[in-house]
Design a protein around this ligand. Structure first.
Ligand code: BDR
Length: 317
């Protein structure tokens, strides 16, 4: 049984990732920690509870994390995910935030890892603020994890937020720097370019959501705005040619729950640029080992997309 903590900034693709985690075989979600990111933290909390409600899993503990980055200016991805982070189609009966745990996200991560030493897989699909604080509170935290999976960063200096920066890293560059520096557990990165190249076709998208279930209807509803954006000429400049449906966060989750999902990868030391005028938040890959870092991250290159489709189908049944 795989034991997961999901650290999310619930927008549309985080919602899909959560739904996959809840339906994956032999996977237990021990907790969901929330972070600012795609939308302000207050929305992230409600969105996460909304997803759990649709999945009938409000029993999963949800924790409040940081509402802003360590040093950077707060920013959100409302253009893509909507002002509320879930396509601006509010649920008047959204679960109350009173359901949230009293404990804060970073402390909860430490506690869960302490109680399950060497077993917890942490999957981070938003800015890395909660993770950065957790390791400052307890430097031994990464050693207690089984692995860390991240959706974030970029490998070919292609940006979706700045010219060469990916959203999750640009939204809190200092946190990303700390995490890549201090998390010496096995670390797997699904970067922006990998997600673009692994995107699925729009015909798959239609077929996937054609099932008559509440979950499929929920995904269709919350994705309407982002799908229009994804098809717009303006957005096509951000992506890598020919891209279809790119559920970025789902790639990190899929890799965490299925060891055979990644079909090609490379190991390289990574860091984040903190100072450049144009490059702040960009992931740096140290192929020629200038950084003299012992710890190398696994950078995902290709994946088994048939497996991904199966996971997506299961998630909406
Ligand atoms: C990442 O940014 C967010 O908008 C998505 O949810 C994903 O985590 C892609 O750059």
């Amino acid at each position: 049984m795989k034991k997961l903590i999901l650290d999310v900034d619930t927008g549309v693709d985080d919602a899909q990732a959560i739904m996959i985690a809840l339906t994956a075989k032999d996977v237990k979600v021990l907790g969901i920690t929330c972070c600012h990111g795609n939308t302000p933290l207050e929305n992230v909390l409600t969105n996460t509870l909304r997803v759990l409600k649709v999945c009938n899993r409000l029993d999963i503990p949800v924790y409040k994390g940081f509402s802003k980055p360590l040093l950077a200016r707060k920013q959100h991805a409302s253009d893509y995910h909507g002002k509320d982070g879930l396509g601006d189609v509010p649920d008047p009966d959204a679960p109350s935030v009173e359901l949230l745990q009293k404990e804060k996200a970073a402390e909860a991560m430490l506690k869960i890892a302490r109680e399950n030493p060497g077993e917890v897989i942490l999957v981070a699909t938003g800015p890395l603020t909660n993770l950065a604080v957790a390791v400052q509170l307890d430097p031994s935290f990464p050693k207690k994890l089984k692995a860390l999976y991240i959706m974030g960063g970029n490998t070919e200096s292609r940006g979706n937020t700045t010219s060469c920066g990916e959203f999750n890293f640009v939204a809190d560059p200092e946190a990303a720097f700390i995490v890549l520096d201090r998390y010496t557990c096995p670390t797997y990165i699904a970067a922006w370019e990998f997600s673009c190249r692994s995107s699925l076709s729009w015909s798959f998208w239609k077929e996937w959501l054609s099932v008559k279930t509440e979950k499929a209807a929920f995904i269709r509803k919350i994705s309407d705005l982002s799908m229009k954006k994804a098809c717009s000429a303006e957005y096509q400049k951000e992506v890598i040619a020919g891209q279809g449906f790119n559920p970025c966060d789902v790639f990190a989750l899929a890799a965490a729950v299925d060891d055979g999902f990644i079909t090609e990868s490379e190991k390289v030391a990574v860091t984040v640029e903190l100072n450049g005028k144009h490059t702040r938040g960009m992931m740096v890959l140290d192929y020629i080992e200038c950084l003299k870092k012992e710890h190398k991250a696994v950078i995902m290159k290709t994946a088994d997309l048939e497996k991904l489709k199966k996971m997506l189908y299961n998630a909406v049944q």
